[in-house]
Design a binder for this molecule. Structure first.
Ligand code: SF4
Ligand code: SF4
Length: 384
């Protein structure tokens, strides 16, 4: 998938040097002995502005869902007093295991589950996004990914740089998220449809979202220390949590291997400056490959934004065969607005479909919630 080791950073990854390349200056392709001409891109890249705007909107959406859910929980905790807002089913996006369980239940039975159906629709939306647009969910939508990214920026300011772990350590740690994923897939994979349904209908399954809220509201010292260490890790190493530990990202990364849209490089237009590889938060050797297949690629387009060469690097379908570089990309490039549009289309499409077919909300009476919500912390896992 990926080839050869990188060229020495000190020679080719000096961001100040690349920032001062004169327009259309001639550059020597290191190690290849032939000169290439930099044709600067005519239109400045806007991918990062658009991506950050999408991230911001999704953070706001999640904050709103979180507040609404908190008020809903408080209503029941206070015995039905105070402001009542309907339960926002969108919080089930934070229940990926329920999403996976419900997806399996649906595939086995053809029936949409009654408990946490929104978790399944959101899970399906995020999987579909990864199937089409690499792990764009992680770098464009996921609030944890957004937090990781900004912690990395903060760390860069604080320490003057982000760190990359030695290759072998990095590879070993990256395997952790697949081990975690394997554990969940094994446990869920061995459950029958009846067992899945039975689990969801237990008070514990029904209150999974309330228990998650309570975990953060009443966080213990150990959990706070672990979260603090993970945040520190993300300041030191870009996307620490996503890169090493997130099983959801691992699953989406595996799905993303099928994506027809990838980061692709035109070797003729590329001047081999290495700026893209230096900029890539996933540490991928973008400058050495004609396409990035890696499960680590999040489709963030940071590499595309960093490249100053016209038509050298794109997020695209397979390029056409043509003698002229520009023609190879004709109707093949998926620009940042198109990415944002596709993400919105998939997300809203599945949410609106679930709402229109009356499968969005968990159908549970107020009396049951009145009984269970205040007791959520006392509910033990049915397997214990
Ligand atoms: S694709 Fe990468 S190596 Fe090639 S010109 Fe662009 S930034 Fe430089
Ligand atoms: S290859 Fe490009 S799109 Fe993929 S993770 Fe690296 S910077 Fe982001």
């Amino acid at each position: 998938m990926q080839v050869a080791a990188r060229w020495p950073r000190t020679r080719y990854f000096d961001p100040m040097a690349t920032a001062h390349i004169a327009p259309n200056a001639e550059r020597t392709s290191p190690g290849r002995g032939k000169k290439k001409t930099l044709v600067r891109r005519a239109v400045p890249d806007s991918s990062q502005k658009i991506r950050h705007a999408v991230q911001f909107m999704f953070v706001v959406l999640n904050a709103w869902l979180g507040l609404q859910f908190y008020l809903w929980v408080r209503y029941f905790e206070q015995g039905g007093r105070g402001l009542y807002l309907p339960r926002p089913a969108g919080v089930e996006g934070w229940l990926p295991i329920a999403g996976l369980m419900n997806a399996k239940f649906f595939l086995m039975t053809g029936h949409v589950p009654l408990i946490h159906p929104a978790a399944m629709f959101l899970f399906a939306a995020f999987v579909l996004m990864s199937f089409l647009l690499k792990k764009a969910f992680c770098s464009w939508l996921c609030p944890v990914g957004t937090l990781s990214e900004y912690l990395g920026k903060l760390g860069h300011r604080a320490f003057g740089r982000n760190f990359r772990l030695p290759r072998q350590v990095d590879g070993t740690l990256r395997a952790l998220k697949y081990l975690l994923l394997g554990f969940f897939v094994f446990v869920i994979g061995t459950m029958s449809a009846e067992a899945l349904d039975g689990f969801m209908e237990t008070p514990y399954g029904l209150m999974a979202d309330v228990k998650m809220l309570n975990f953060f509201r009443e966080i213990g010292l150990t959990a706070a220390i672990v979260i603090g260490l993970l945040m520190l890790g993300s300041m030191l190493v870009q996307n620490f949590w996503c890169r090493y530990l997130c099983p959801y990202g691992a699953l989406l990364g595996l799905v993303s291997l099928l994506s027809p849209i990838k980061i692709r490089r035109d070797a003729e237009a590329c001047i081999d400056c290495g700026t893209c590889a230096h900029a890539c938060p996933a540490g991928l050797p973008v400058d050495k490959l004609v396409q990035i297949r890696s499960a680590e690629c999040t489709g963030c387009m940071v590499c595309v934004a960093a490249c100053s060469s016209e038509n050298a690097l794109q997020f695209s379908l397979v390029p056409r065969r043509a003698d002229v570089v520009k023609e190879r990309w004709t109707r093949r490039v998926v620009g940042p607005l198109a990415v944002a549009g596709m993400l919105a289309y998939i997300f809203l499409g599945l949410v609106l479909y679930a709402r229109a077919t009356n499968h969005w909300q968990t159908k549970m009476s107020k009396e049951i919630y009145m009984h269970l919500v205040p007791r959520a912390n006392q509910l033990a896992h049915p397997g214990m």
